[in-house]
Design a protein around this ligand. Sequence first.
Ligand SMILES: CC(C)(COP(=O)(O)OP(=O)(O)OC[C@H]1O[C@@H](n2cnc3c(N)ncnc32)[C@H](O)[C@@H]1OP(=O)(O)O)[C@@H](O)C(=O)NCCC(=O)NCCS
Length: 199
Amino acid sequence: MPAPELQSPRLILRHWIPADRVPFALMNSDPEVMRYFPSVLSTDQSDLYAETVQLGLEEREFGFWAIEVRSADQDQGLFIGFAGLSVPQWNATFTPCLDIGWRLGRDYWGMGYASEAAHRILDYGFNQLDIEEVLSFASVLNARSIAVMERLGMIRNSEDDFVHPMFDPDSDLSRHVLYRMPKQLWMSLQSDQVMPAED
Ligand SMILES: CC(C)(COP(=O)(O)OP(=O)(O)OC[C@H]1O[C@@H](n2cnc3c(N)ncnc32)[C@H](O)[C@@H]1OP(=O)(O)O)[C@@H](O)C(=O)NCCC(=O)NCCS
């Protein structure tokens, strides 16, 4: 079954459309956006990435959704990046697993969009897909991505830190932190939020 469209107060998480390609290539060519990845992407690499993740959304109930900011006065909102769930294709002590990740164009940082999208995706994963645990990892230097994990309430055990096998082990970027969100923790965080305040 294909992945459904998801909505949150300010965002639509949807399948990819051809119009996403240009802004996506622009963000993938930005050294600041790609600072914690092995390299920036060429336009061809970026287009192929968009095509691959779209196929993923058609084949499975999850993947990397394109994120659009809702627009009151236009049919088509603004494409700002992606967020979603993936299965890492490399081996580590914690694989196989489901990983949540995100990437936004530089102009859309600092507005809470990544956290809002990720919150909606975790809600979908735990409530609709009945996933038991979602992991997230980032270079130890990627403070913004780690802040998203912490904002979501994910937990880190420093013993889980690892050297990412897709990076040169001598690179400054290879050392990664691992955060976990077990379903039980997610459910308890959500029920804490809706509990009526005591007098
Ligand atoms: C990682 C990344 C998605 C984080 O983006 P971000 O904008 O910092 O994260 P959020 O969307 O959660 O926004 C949080 C910020 O918005 C602010 N904010 C503004 N309005 C807000 C709102 N309505 N709700 C929540 N936060 C809001 C928060 O205070 C916070 O500000 P701060 O950065 O000054 O602390 C972004 O930096 C990125 O795309 N990086 C490049 C790709 C990357 O490294 N991906 C991760 C690989 S592991």
